[in-house]
Design a protein around this ligand. Structure first.
Ligand code: ZN
Length: 422
């Protein structure tokens, strides 16, 4: 038997601790942990982990990490930026790592109903940038740990690590730095927003930057010059052909997704003055692609489309370089015992069977699965509008997920005791 704590006791403890966890979530969302501004949110995580009895340390990300074959391409210095690691410091035995990313994506829209960094609860949902991706997951994990503490259970946190990383949203270098510093465990759970499903895998992602030097000119001459705006429009159309090619006959398990490999033109910068023909175009493109297409091949494929598009416009100078993500695809087998154990915990507490899925995106789980052969999966709350306006997380799902996670932790560490004894 895993433990004498009943599911009813667990659910009671979770709802008793929920207000505190939601307050933590609000506080976390109100600290805008955009790229390069993670410190204040990391300090809050440090204090919450200390409060829960974790030994807390900071893990620096070396400036040289960009040279690591598994790193993404950094866009800024790592000075003063760090991961936070908490350990329960119990002696040996089976270990578990909870990994969450503190960074959030930028806000560029005015279509938010309220300030994205002033969290507000409406109809059971907490709104704010990062509330869904993935500060709600932090709240879920902290809630599970608080509930276990309330029940005076050390059994659910015997050899537990909690890692809060930077830069999940564009390189993965925060998790990579921790991994290179030797931070790992026998299994990893990432409380990413999965709608209370189990996320098992993601596709390869490469970011590329395309720069075109058109040279510019006076608007008076624009009828005689190739229109950079039209050239860029044709280029975007051309990128669609790459996307179509990548999505032809996707291999398992990505054949379960209608369109696994999205080529997203995320940033287009063109021109500087209404009366000037644009001199420079810059596109930043996120390319989802099959695992057997290398980063170099992605760059070559895009280069070919750019060259062909530009040949009809006088072949101006251009460059295509990778920046940000160079992420490999990854996949944990649905039959893995870790998957079964999380699913059983959820079924035990809620009487609901969890489903598993893969998505056309990535998570830091890839490093554990691919590089260390350590099982890693994502399980977290129900959210809406990730990366968009009015991003929000459903508070009830944070409670539900926390109860599952707490049950899982009890079972996970108890199994260790059982096997050691047996
Ligand atoms: Zn995320």
């Amino acid at each position: 038997m895993s433990t004498e704590i009943s599911n009813a006791e667990l659910l009671d403890a979770v709802s008793a601790e929920a207000p505190n966890a939601f307050e933590f979530l609000s506080s976390l969302v109100s600290r805008p942990s955009l790229r390069g501004q993670e410190q204040s949110a990391q300090e809050l995580v440090e204090s919450v982990l200390s409060d829960l009895g974790f030994a807390v340390e900071r893990i620096a990300v070396p400036e040289s990490i960009g040279d690591d074959a598994l790193a993404g391409v950094p866009a800024m210095s790592y000075a003063g930026r760090f991961d936070v690691l908490g350990r329960t410091l119990h002696d040996g035995g089976r270990s578990l790592l909870l990994n969450g990313h503190i960074d959030v994506v930028p806000v560029n829209s005015t279509t938010w109903a309220s300030d994205p960094f002033v969290p507000v609860v409406r109809d059971g949902w907490l709104y704010g940038r990062g509330a869904g991706d993935m500060k709600g997951g932090f709240a879920m994990a902290i809630l599970a740990l608080r509930a276990l503490r309330r029940l005076q259970s050390d059994a659910g946190r015997r050899n537990l690590l909690f890692l809060s990383v930077i830069e999940e949203e564009y390189t993965g270098n925060g998790t990579l730095a921790a991994l290179r510093a030797g931070v790992t465990a026998d299994a990893v759970v990432l409380p990413e927003p999965t709608g209370l499903n189990i996320l098992l895998g993601g596709v390869a992602i490469t970011w590329v930057k395309v720069t075109i030097e058109f040279g510019g000119g006076h608007a008076e001459s624009s009828d005689r010059l190739a229109s950079p705006a039209q050239v860029v429009a044709r280029l975007i159309e051309g990128l669609g052909q790459i996307e179509a090619a990548y999505n032809k006959d996707p291999r398992a398990p990505y054949d379960t997704i209608a369109h696994p490999y999205n080529v997203n033109v995320g940033v287009v910068q063109l021109g500087e003055w209404p009366s000037s023909v644009p001199a420079v175009a810059e596109l930043e493109v996120r390319v989802g692609h099959p695992d057997d297409v290398s980063v170099a091949q992605v760059v070559a494929d895009i280069r070919a489309v750019v060259a062909e598009t530009l040949s009809a416009a006088g072949s101006p100078y251009f460059d295509v370089v990778p920046h940000g993500f160079k992420a490999q695809g990854y996949h944990l087998a649905a039959e893995h015992p870790l998957v079964r154990q999380v699913a059983q915990a959820h079924a035990s507490v809620h009487g609901v069977e969890l489903s598993t899925e893969v998505l056309g995106s990535t998570t830091d789980a890839r490093y554990y699965v691919n590089q260390l052969d350590v099982p890693a999966l994502c399980f977290g709350p129900v959210v809406k509008n990730m990366h968009g306006s009015n991003e929000c997380v459903e508070l009830a799902s944070i409670e539900a997920g926390a109860a599952t996670l707490a049950r899982f932790l009890l079972d996970y560490f108890a199994e260790d005791t059982d096997s050691e004894v047996g």
